[in-house]
Design a protein around this ligand. Structure first.
Ligand code: COA
Length: 425
């Protein structure tokens, strides 16, 4: 068994969520990820939403597995020199600072290439070139500007952001693909290149189907949206569609037994056309198989509210897991709405490494989400996140090959701040 990115060294100059998710994935594919952090505080997320006093937060620990941490004040001349040395020996540099921050630090693309023409410089920014390119951006800003918020929620409610971090983690995922693609191209050309992923673009990529609907709207109403069946007119922009699913397979979230007290006693039910007859049988409406109002997908579209009300009467008589079992047995696509608590208790997710329990020297045991991408020849174990500066000396000595005297000089200059000494783990 191997490591897919064995031998790839990543200079991880990222913070918060978008960049760190990208480099965490690279680490899970076996790259040596060296996270550069400001002495003293490090990545701001170490201290955000803390649940254990004086210990790195879950926010940080769940985004920075399998990395090494070096503290470096890159505005200190010695610190800058160390960063330059790291640029020279790394294959990839990843950053998600505010626009212009890296240039202000003296690391323009030209300078980076001068130091290492083979390096891949990968950046997350809020926007690509254009009117907003200088803006700082966080998750929900990207969801709003990438088309997700305007199309999420109910027609008569506010635009909604989604809990899935499509702006941050979604952009990190896109960036990781850009990086491995650039690494592949480098094997052919010998040259590095810049990889840019704008959060607005990543969100829009996830909202591709809504841009499809925007164009379909010019040619008539969106017949699979509930508002069509309700006879409500469409405007000139894609409306929020609640829980309607698209394509030719209308779906809704329906109540299940216990919904009155359990906020997650719901199931997503899809009226997939090929299994319509089975749906009619299971809900006790066998005549709908031949009734011209229900027999074909097109005929059903104006009756979706009525159809789902009838299906819901059936789902409400079952728990979400009973309904799932019955429907799965009939090949009818459905999915129970699982709470985070239920997911955290799912043994099968631990068996695949999608959920992993780790031990941490200052916070104790914690749960994290492991690598969702499974490669048959990549056996990297998920490891805890590093303490701030835990590997500073190790990186200076082993990666950069500096002598004890040189390391002492760097330490005296203040470039690395306090170095961490771990009690034997
Ligand atoms: N040593 C010295 N200085 C350091 C440093 C180090 N190790 N690491 C960072 N800094 C400095 C930067 O050089 C910058 O200084 P400058 O403003 O004087 O040039 C400063 O720290 C702050 O960086 P910045 O990125 O502006 O942080 P912020 O907290 O103000 O903004 C974001 C945070 C996320 C809004 C911003 O980084 C951003 O828009 N990033 C791109 C989009 C993105 O990834 N957003 C999602 C985050 S999940």
């Amino acid at each position: 068994m191997g490591k897919a990115l064995d031998g790839v060294r990543v200079l991880d100059f990222t913070h918060v969520q978008s960049g760190p998710t990208c480099t965490q994935l690279l680490a899970w594919f076996g790259a040596d990820v060296i996270k550069v952090e400001r002495p003293g505080e490090g990545d701001v997320t170490r201290g955000q939403l803390r649940d254990v006093p004086n210990a790195d937060s879950l926010y940080f620990t769940m985004l920075n597995s399998n990395k090494r941490s070096i503290t470096l004040d890159t505005k200190n001349p010695e610190g800058k020199k160390v960063l330059e040395e790291l640029v020279k020996i790394c294959d990839v540099m990843v950053e998600n600072f505010a626009p212009g921050a890296l240039d202000r630090m003296g690391f323009t693309w030209e300078r980076i290439q001068e130091l290492n023409p083979r390096i891949i410089l990968a950046s997350v920014k809020g926007f690509g070139p254009g009117p907003f390119e200088d803006c700082k951006v966080y998750e929900n800003v990207a969801q709003c500007t990438g088309g997700s918020a305007s199309t999420t929620g109910f027609r008569d409610g506010l635009p909604l952001v989604t809990a899935a971090q499509i702006g941050d983690s979604g952009t990190g995922l896109h960036l990781a693909l850009g990086i491995v693609t650039a690494l592949y191209q480098r094997t052919l050309t010998g040259r590095g290149q810049k990889v840019l992923c704008a959060m607005q673009d990543a969100v829009l990529n996830f909202c591709r189907v809504k841009m499809r609907d925007q164009q379909r709207l010019d040619r008539g109403p969106l017949r699979e949206y509930s508002q069509f069946g309700e006879g409500l007119p469409f405007g000139d922009t894609v409306p929020r569609a609640g829980n309607d699913s698209g394509g030719g397979q209308p779906g809704r979230i329906l109540k299940c037994k216990g919904w009155e007290t359990d906020p997650n006693a719901y199931i997503y039910f899809i009226t997939q056309a090929p299994v319509w007859a089975k749906i009619c049988d299971v809900i006790g409406e066998p005549e709908w198989k031949t009734d011209p109002n229900y027999a074909t997908p097109a005929a059903r579209l104006p009756h979706l509210n009525e159809i789902f009300t009838r299906i819901e009467a059936w789902t409400m008589a079952h728990t979400k897991f009973e309904a799932m079992e019955i429907l799965n047995g009939l090949d009818i696509p459905c999915g129970p709405v699982l709470s985070m608590k239920e997911i955290a208790a799912d043994e099968s997710l631990y068996a695949t490494g999608t959920l992993v329990e780790l031990d941490h020297p200052t916070r104790g045991k914690y749960l994290t989400v492991g690598n969702p991408i499974k490669l048959s020849d990549n056996d990297v174990e998920v490891e805890r996140s590093p303490l701030l500066g835990e590997h500073t000396e190790e990186i200076l000595a082993e990666v950069l090959g500096l002598s004890g005297d040189e390391i002492e000089r760097i330490k005296t200059s203040g470039a690395v701040g306090e170095t961490v000494r771990l009690a034997a783990e």
